[in-house]
Design a protein around this ligand. Structure first.
Ligand code: TXA
Ligand code: MG
Length: 333
């Protein structure tokens, strides 16, 4: 598959030698899983159709679901997009990039239409993770990278999660656990007067509105089927474990349930109220960002071990909005 011998089972490490190997794998049209500040990504050359095909095939992702293209410089953004008509776009770059927000612009013809699933728009992100940034610089091409999970399964937040899904065949750079543990905010700027957040994430609607100095819509405000159909990843069911997932607000709500063969996952440490097989606490002190970081790893850890996973909803503000969005889709039938 590539020039790197995977049989040792070792991860690629975030050092100059291994990053050079990773960049040569990508330059040869193959894929490498990479750490980002949100979740691990499955990266390939965004301008190479055969690499893009491999991304869709590896994930078993439908060709109708477009990929995010990652860049290390604004020059790369200008080479991929039309954005001169968007007021204050430079303020967005300054405030949030590099970082956990993906921006959707009209695309230039240089971008293969396979990447954007035939749409005339492109999603771009300048990540802040130092390892991914070094790799982007070494490759010197934009890298398409969806989350490195099989389509519709729980996103990966560690190198081992990627290995668990794809085995030794796929080279993975181990950059530790992800800072946010939740995918980037996706903001569509296709209508510059009315930008809309298609996917909530670490950068909030309020923060974007304040930088742009105009009211930004959240995905919940959008009922227009045309806008919704243009973000194919906003599926009702997604991020789903195999075990059945039941959401609750307060542990007190579980009083009536038979929890004998279930795991109960709560945000903050407290006394186990009722007998359950396992009680898990996402953050000892109830720190919402720390708790968010652990959501996907706990879903993966307990998946298929128990028939039911009971999961506490987050307070509906800041990163909690993004987590609740993922939990709702993960629990959907
Ligand atoms: O944090 C992240 O964004 C991670 C890391 C690896 O960067 N990537 C990620 O990619 O979450 P993915 O493919 O799992 O999710 C991308 C989302 C999908 O819902 C997709 O439908 C949407 O972005 N998307 C991509 N291009 C789009 C476009 N042109 N218009 C509307 N939605 C788009
Ligand atoms: Mg994904």
């Amino acid at each position: 598959m590539n020039c790197f011998n995977q049989s040792s089972g070792a991860f690629l490490l975030p050092n100059a030698y291994d990053l050079k190997i990773a960049s040569s794998i990508i330059k040869s049209g193959n894929l490498v899983a990479v750490p980002t500040e949100t979740v691990y990504g499955l990266a390939g050359n965004a301008l190479n159709e055969s690499a893009i095909k491999k991304i869709f095939e590896t994930k078993k992702r439908p060709l109708t679901d477009p990929l995010i293209v990652h860049v290390h410089s604004l020059e790369q953004v200008f080479s991929l997009t039309h954005l001169s008509h968007i007021k204050n776009v430079d303020k967005l770059f300054e405030a949030f990039w590099p970082g956990a927000i993906t921006l959707i612009f009209p695309k230039k013809p240089t971008v293969p239409s396979l990447v954007t699933a035939g749409l005339d728009s492109i999603a771009v992100r300048m990540p802040s993770h130092p390892v991914f940034r070094s790799l982007l610089k070494l490759c010197n091409v934009p890298l398409a990278a969806p989350s490195a999970n099989p389509f519709a399964y729980v996103s990966p937040t560690s190198a081992q999660h990627v290995r668990d899904s794809f085995g030794l065949e796929l080279p993975v750079i181990d950059g530790g656990t992800c800072l946010h543990g939740v995918e980037s905010t996706v903001l569509s700027l296709l209508d510059p007067i009315e930008p809309v957040v298609l996917r909530p994430g670490p950068v909030s609607v309020e923060a974007i509105s304040s930088v742009l100095d105009l009211k930004v819509k959240s995905s919940q405000d959008v009922s227009d089927p045309d806008t919704l159909s243009r973000s194919p990843g906003m599926m009702k069911k997604h991020y789903s474990p195999n075990s059945s997932l039941v959401l609750f607000d307060s542990p007190e709500d579980l009083r009536e349930f038979d929890l004998g063969s279930s795991v109960v996952i709560c945000i903050q440490k407290h006394q186990n109220l009722f007998p359950a097989k396992e009680w898990v606490f996402l953050s000892k002190k109830g720190d919402i960002n720390e708790a968010a970081k652990n959501v996907f790893s706990e879903l993966r850890k307990w998946d298929s071990k128990y028939d039911k996973i009971y999961f506490q909803r987050f307070p509906n503000s800041e990163i909690g909005i993004a987590v609740n969005d993922r939990l709702k889709r993960a629990a959907a039938q």
